[in-house]
Design a protein around this ligand. Structure first.
Ligand code: DC
Length: 228
């Protein structure tokens, strides 16, 4: 069994691709963005964001020490769900409010150190498809297959908009576009493990590819890399 990483910008279809590849080859899918989102929800619920945009880092660090974040496969829904201290928060971590605060939380060094530690422990088992921003560069630099996903900003905003409105959330396409641009900027410019393409990653631009076409390309690469 090999280890597979997916990195790339927000809403470019990384998780959809990573999930369908994992399901096809019987690997475990790990969504690391969901972990940063769960920490953000924890901070929001405890009112740790000041009106000046600051974060009460000391309080967050204390809370994190007593917090468990887990991902669990739900066989009824055939999907992985995120649990924050045992509570299923899969819906709540996908709201615009969490999206608007998550990049700030993901830039905090102590948050990254803790999340990366947990992700590396999961990665050591092999048979993993892990999706995020720094997986091929920092979390699992020895992975045998690394994919860096991109798509045009317009296509990404449209996909995300359709996803959010399908869930009943009231957002405009302009708001979604602005949030994506803002997150991409913060994610690529932060000091600790910024979003960056690993030197040995294969770039997959899916602007004009169907899901079936993407999966076929990924499976071909998987068979080549795993000699399977
Ligand atoms: O993949 P996503 O949109 O759910 O990720 C949410 C945020 O978490 C994203 O804006 C960047 C951050 N993130 C990160 O910094 N490192 C990761 N490995 C995964 C996500």
């Amino acid at each position: 069994m090999i280890t597979i990483t997916f990195d790339g910008y927000s809403s470019c279809g990384k998780s959809t691709m990573a999930k369908s590849l994992a399901a096809k080859i019987g690997y475990t899918f790990v969504d690391t963005g969901a972990m940063y989102r769960a920490v953000t929800l924890l901070a929001l619920r405890n009112n740790l964001f000041g009106i000046d945009g600051s974060i009460d880092e000391i309080k967050l660090q204390q809370l994190l020490a007593d917090t468990t974040i887990m991902q669990q496969y739900n066989p009824q829904l055939s999907k992985v769900e995120t649990l924050l201290n045992g509570e299923n928060v899969e819906g709540e971590i996908r709201t615009m409010n969490v999206s608007q605060h998550v990049s700030q939380i993901a830039a905090l060094p102590f948050v990254r150190t803790e999340m990366v530690k947990q992700q590396q422990a999961m990665g050591r088992k092999g048979g993993i498809v892990m999706d995020g921003r720094d997986i091929g560069t920092t979390v699992l630099p020895d992975a045998e297959m690394k994919i860096f996903v991109t798509a045009s900003p317009e296509v990404r905003a449209k996909r995300r908009y359709l996803e959010l409105t399908a869930q009943g959330q009231e957002v405009t396409i302009e708001e979604v576009m602005q949030n994506l641009e803002q997150r991409d900027y913060i994610d690529s410019h932060r000091e600790v493990s910024p979003l960056r393409q690993a030197d040995d990653a294969v770039v997959l631009d899916n602007t004009n590819l169907t899901r079936d076409e993407q999966l076929a390309m990924l499976l071909a690469l998987y068979h080549q890399r795993s000699n399977d």
